[in-house]
Design a protein around this ligand. Structure first.
Ligand code: NAD
Length: 512
């Protein structure tokens, strides 16, 4: 395939990189990477061994001592050039993301665009690493806060955003003066390798040392574990599921390291009796079936007022019947494959469970086979009537299942249902009633990190801080002041007077 060649993806790929230099471990089983779109083998990757791991971390340590002294706007200039280089390779990288992960080509391209956008954002941020100044209570004293780079940041990413989540973290971390080590998900290492090759060009053109942007591939349980336990890495940014994120948090907390956690969602849209359904329903369908339900912000629960329930159900049934399922590289298709057979099994099991727990499958749930579906990863998105307190509804099943949940009475009841799950990532309300919208946004309203009015749950703009509450982990990344998490904060007090006022008026009369 031409785009693989253009991106430098070979049959056997090196599994570790320190920016420009690649390392091919001598031992270790090759990871075979195949596409969920057609089931075909794309290439092999040799996972990093302990020896290369040490080399990568030591190189990053050395790079940090240089990079933190480069003025922040000059670091921003390197990120600006990375953004330009990504623009040149957008088409090919977007195609690889789509082919390797299985999201639609438009979404693959959109993901690379997010990388470009965060580069632009980070360039501006590089001139705005502000601290506050405050008035001291002591005469002739000055106080202010400053932010210094933290060190090596490890970025462990989930399969569903093979490149964008890395960029959200790495570009902001870089302008802040940090170096990073990326561990992409095992299912999608080729998009990471291609990205690394693209940014390697910028590092070469600017004659920068090795170790500013590094990458290692391998199993989470092996190499991910090394990162979590490594005291040389003060901050782990982890994106993934709740069980593994919880484990990551425990391991890193044990050594009193820091984490940014971006974990599972269980996102709901509330449709009140005052919803503009023309606006709402396309957003709901896109939110539920886009990326085959494999977004952290996918709409999983639809909480519908009794007065509009039947209408919503019939429009959705019609919309689901018209969905085109197939190869994500074909722009005519709405729904691509799940990431692998494990995900298909989880989808089927969730549907069995919902029936056992008293729910009703209204549409979908089949696994497709035959021409075009050889990978075995294509399923028909499911519409299911359920109750919010079913155990299966309380869990995040990473696939296209939309639970329709009926509510009666005031919007307060809908908000209570929406909040009654353990996760807290994205939430939305559709209403034209200002009071309902404001109730949803009030302190007693949505308890999620993202709260949208008349916009679906899926996706987010890079300018805001992205992340969620409760079991979603509490981390924030991307825009707003998320950059602060990548820095160590220091309060500075300077005495420019001729006296030494001690706390609580204590005096030491020393002669000298
Ligand atoms: P996952 O938890 O299986 O894996 C995430 C990453 O952790 C991968 O890189 C994996 O290799 C690594 N890993 C596995 N075991 C590890 C260990 N012992 N130590 C360190 N790292 C280890 O998640 P996934 O299936 O790749 O992604 C889907 C999940 O990610 C969903 O739950 C989704 O909601 C979540 N997600 C959340 C966000 C967000 O921003 N909140 C974004 C994308 C995905």
């Amino acid at each position: 395939m031409e785009f693989l060649e253009k991106l430098g993806i070979e049959k056997n790929n090196f599994g570790a990189c320190t920016g420009r230099k690649w390392y091919m471990p001598k031992t270790g089983e090759l990871i075979a990477v195949s596409s969920p779109a057609d089931g075909k083998l794309i290439a092999f990757v040799r996972p990093v061994s302990n020896e290369e791991y040490e080399t990568v971390v030591k190189t990053a340590q050395a790079a940090f001592s240089h990079w933190r002294l480069v003025p922040a706007p000059k670091r921003g200039e390197i990120v600006r050039q990375i953004g330009l280089k990504l623009r040149e390779h957008k088409e090919d990288l977007g195609r690889l993301v789509s082919y390797e992960m299985g999201k639609s080509l438009q979404e693959g391209l959109g993901e690379v665009q997010e990388m470009i956008d965060i580069c632009d954002f980070a360039v501006g941020q590089s001139r705005m690493l502000h601290g506050f100044t405050m008035h001291s209570e002591r005469a002739h004293h000055r106080m202010y806060e400053q932010y210094h780079p933290a060190g090596i940041i490890s970025i462990i990413t989930a399969f569903n955003f093979p490149v964008a989540v890395w960029a959200w973290n790495a570009m902001i971390a870089a302008v802040c003066g940090n170096v990073s080590i990326w561990k992409p998900a095992t299912q999608v290492p080729l998009s990471a390798i291609a990205t690394q090759k693209i940014i390697g060009k910028v590092l070469r053109e600017n004659d920068l040392p090795e170790g500013i942007f590094s990458m290692i591939t391998g199993e989470g349980s092996v190499i991910g574990e090394s990162l979590l336990n490594d005291r040389r890495i003060p901050l782990i940014s982890f994106t993934g599921s709740v069980p593994i994120g919880r484990h990551a948090a425990e391991v890193v907390a044990k050594r009193l390291g820091k984490t940014i956690l971006e974990l599972s969602g269980n996102n709901a849209v509330i449709l009140t009796e005052h919803a503009d359904l023309k606006l709402a329903l396309p957003a709901v369908v896109f939110g539920a079936v886009g990326t085959a339900g494999q977004r952290c912000t996918t709409t999983r629960r639809l909480i519908i007022h009794d007065a509009v329930y039947d209408k919503v159900k019939s429009v959705l049934l019609k919309a689901y019947q018209g969905l085109r399922i197939g190869n994500p590289l074909d722009e005519k298709n709405h729904v691509g494959p799940l990431i692998g057979m494990g995900a298909v099994t989880a989808f089927n099991k969730a549907l069995e469970a919902v029936e056992e727990q008293g729910g009703r499958i209204l549409f979908g749930g089949d696994t497709l086979d035959g021409p075009g579906y050889e990978s075995g990863c294509y399923v028909v998105p499911a519409l299911v009537e359920a109750e919010n307190d079913f155990p299966i509804v309380q869990a995040e099943t990473f696939g296209p299942i939309l639970y329709l949940i009926r509510y009666k009475g005031s919007v307060t009841n809908a908000i209570a249902l929406q909040n009654d799950v353990r996760q807290g990532l994205s939430s939305a309300i559709f209403t034209t009633d200002m009071r309902q919208a404001e109730e949803f946004l009030a302190a007693t309203g949505s308890d999620c990190g993202i709260a949208n009015v008349n916009i679906g749950t899926s996706g987010a703009e890079i300018g805001g801080a992205f992340g969620g509450e409760k079991e979603t982990g509490g981390g924030r990344e991307s825009g707003s002041d998320a950059w602060k998490a990548y820095m160590r904060r220091q309060t500075v007090t300077i005495n420019y007077g001729k006296e030494m006022p001690l706390a609580q008026g204590i005096r030491f009369d020393l002669e000298n």
